[in-house]
Design a protein around this ligand. Structure first.
Ligand code: SME
Length: 168
């Protein structure tokens, strides 16, 4: 691992510290989503919570599927590319593969779409609707190489599940 979380409340960078962060985030997110089903409002608060809690991010946000394209949704960070075709970039590949993708080095990912030249690593998690179909993705970018691991992929997926429950 090439970075530390020494500027956060979660202490040194260990899988347990990462896990503790997601254990803290879940009830906070549940509070934000409680009683609300509006997808724009909920995904806006979701990205704000994650972006302002997780160290080492430069972008966190949603793309939602419209036809065969992902279209930019609520996010935190610099302005980003608006439309991504299914199968393109990390986001579009996540839709086609149907599972989370961790990219330790975006320069080594063929077809990566560079919205921010500072991004070095990326994690994209699919978002599913009530019938199990993918309706979008949640994308996290970091200026740090190798920022995301399986603990992050599982942790973010556990948060996405809470958002998915509001779509039922
Ligand atoms: N890097 C992404 C595009 C979205 S931005 O990073 C916000 C990709 O390759 O799909």
């Amino acid at each position: 691992m090439t970075f530390t979380l020494n500027d956060t409340a979660y202490g040194t960078d260990t899988p347990a510290a990462r896990q503790a962060m997601y254990d803290d985030l879940r009830p906070q997110l549940q509070g934000l989503l409680h009683g609300e089903t509006d997808l724009i409002a909920n995904s806006a608060n979701f990205s704000a919570l994650v972006f302002n809690t997780m160290p080492g991010l430069n972008w966190a946000g949603f793309y939602f599927l419209k036809g065969d394209e992902l279209v930019l949704g609520p996010f935190q960070g610099k302005p980003a590319c608006i439309r991504i075709k299914k199968g393109r970039g990390v986001c579009g590949s996540t839709v086609v593969e149907g599972k989370a993708i961790v990219v330790p080095d975006v320069h080594a990912f063929p077809g990566h779409i560079a919205c921010d030249v500072n991004s070095r690593s990326e994690l994209v998690v699919p978002v599913r609707g009530p019938n199990g179909d993918i309706v979008g993705v949640f994308d996290l970018d970091s200026p740090l190489p190798n920022r995301f691991d399986q603990t992050d992929a599982d942790g973010i997926a556990s948060l996405v599940k809470l958002l998915e429950a509001t779509l039922a």
